[in-house]
Write a protein that binds this ligand. Structure first.
Ligand code: CTP
Length: 400
């Protein structure tokens, strides 16, 4: 679905990433979105209002007390006439002002006066992003329904590395599309599992694996980015909840299955979780102690339910498209094809998790997409890119 004719009020605050706002405007204008830009005083230090004006093909607002601007369109009207307010880049300072409800310039006043949804794309130094003050502001803002896209992780202009880079403009456009309900998966429901499961041995010990949840979380975010209503069922991970979707936190495979069942019906299910295949038959109710001279304890294991196979089993509750992963260390294609048939899923993304591949817990993935009709080899890509490609492929199924 197109964004043509939608109205966006774009607030550009001051940061080195402000130049990327120009690319964002270019992408939006290419889709015939009407963009009205507001440039903060600090933003003006990084890009000119003339550039913004040329690209938006509309006057740029900068001043709260401009009589001329106020006579053309009052700032309250400005904050209400848009379909969505987008802050890109959103500095730590502007986020703090939003969290505190300050209105000491045009940008913060518009953000306080609006009755529309707000999407922020934070960009700042990694320490500022990780500072407890910024974390608390984000919790407060997201709790009030403000949507967040990014920041990305990577090298920064200040020569540091970490989260804090402005999300790439195409990702911001996708977030806008999703918020405006205009993506190709609008109206579709998706269920995604992600991360490891923890299977308790006793109150302090558990069986786990190296899954980071990065691939599953990225898929959930990419599907939401195309407009799907996504429930992400996540095992224990160190990742933040992606904004704009429903997240269910679980520990064990049994809890994951129950959360998946509760999220049905769904049109799409993607099982990216590295579910423990076995759990301890009987979890000890107390910490197992070392007894002097005694043999180490023997753990007796029982199989866990197979969530993917359960979701993919024929029946009225089966999502139209069920996708699994196959983590293999050898004979990738043959194992993946056999697994797809055995679990009755439509597609399998097979990845090589052999020691040295760097895939499990890493940032990149190299997959085969196995369907009944074909096997495709994808190049080694960042997990976010694998997620975007997969989401596009899923959208193509629902477009046909
Ligand atoms: N899966 C699941 N529930 C389980 C085990 C696996 O939903 N109890 C899903 C995973 O999310 C993944 C797919 O099944 O999408 C494949 O998991 P994998 O561990 O690679 O395969 P297994 O079924 O465990 O087979 P094997 O141990 O023979 O490799």
């Amino acid at each position: 679905m197109s964004l043509a004719g939608r109205k966006i009020l774009l607030i550009v605050s001051g940061g080195i990433a402000a130049y990327k706002a120009l690319e964002l405007v270019r992408l939006l204008r290419a889709e015939n979105v009407n963009v009205h830009a507001v440039l903060t005083r600090a933003g003006e230090k990084f890009i000119s209002s003339l550039s913004l004006q040329a690209l938006t093909e509309s006057p740029v607002s900068t001043d709260l007390f401009s009589l001329d601007e106020e006579s053309r369109m009052g700032h309250i009207a400005l904050s209400r006439s848009a379909d969505l307010l987008v802050v890109a880049p959103a500095t730590a300072n502007l986020l703090a002002k939003m969290a505190g409800g300050l209105a000491d310039d045009l940008a913060s006043t518009l953000l306080l006066a609006t009755d529309k949804q707000v999407l922020v794309a934070p960009a700042m130094n990694v320490r500022m992003w990780l500072h407890p003050a910024t974390r608390a502001n984000l919790v407060s803002l997201t709790g009030r329904g403000v949507h967040v896209v990014g920041p990305d992780e990577g090298p920064m202009a200040c020569n540091e590395y970490g989260p804090g880079r402005l999300a790439e403009p195409p990702a911001i456009v996708e977030a806008i599309r999703s918020l405006l309900g205009a993506g190709p998966l609008a109206g579709r429901r998706a269920l995604v599992t992600s991360g490891p499961t923890h299977e308790p041995i006793d109150p302090v010990r558990y069986i786990a694996n190296r899954s980071s949840g990065r691939q599953g979380h990225a898929i959930a975010a990419a599907l939401a980015g195309l407009g799907a209503r996504v429930t992400l069922v996540s095992g224990p991970v160190a990742l933040p909840d992606p904004p704009g979707l429903t997240v269910r936190h679980v520990e064990t495979a049994a809890e994951m299955l129950a959360a998946c069942r509760a999220a049905l019906p769904a049109d799409i299910a993607v099982c990216a979780a590295a579910v423990a295949d076995w759990r301890v038959a009987e979890e000890a109710g107390h910490k197992i102690k070392k007894e002097a001279g005694a043999a180490p304890p023997t753990l007796s294991l029982v199989p866990n339910p197979d969530i993917l196979a359960t979701l993919a089993a024929p029946g009225p509750a089966r999502p139209r498209l069920v996708i699994g992963f196959a983590a293999e260390t050898d004979d990738l294609r043959a194992h993946a094809e056999a697994k797809r048939r055995r679990k009755n899923c439509d597609w399998i993304l097979a990845n090589n998790v052999a020691a040295g591949s760097g895939v499990m817990g890493g940032e990149e993935n190299e997959v085969l997409l196995v369907s009944e009709a074909s096997v495709e080899t994808w190049p080694r890509l960042p997990k976010e890119e694998v997620a975007r490609r997969l989401a596009q492929r899923i959208a193509a199924v629902f477009a046909s």
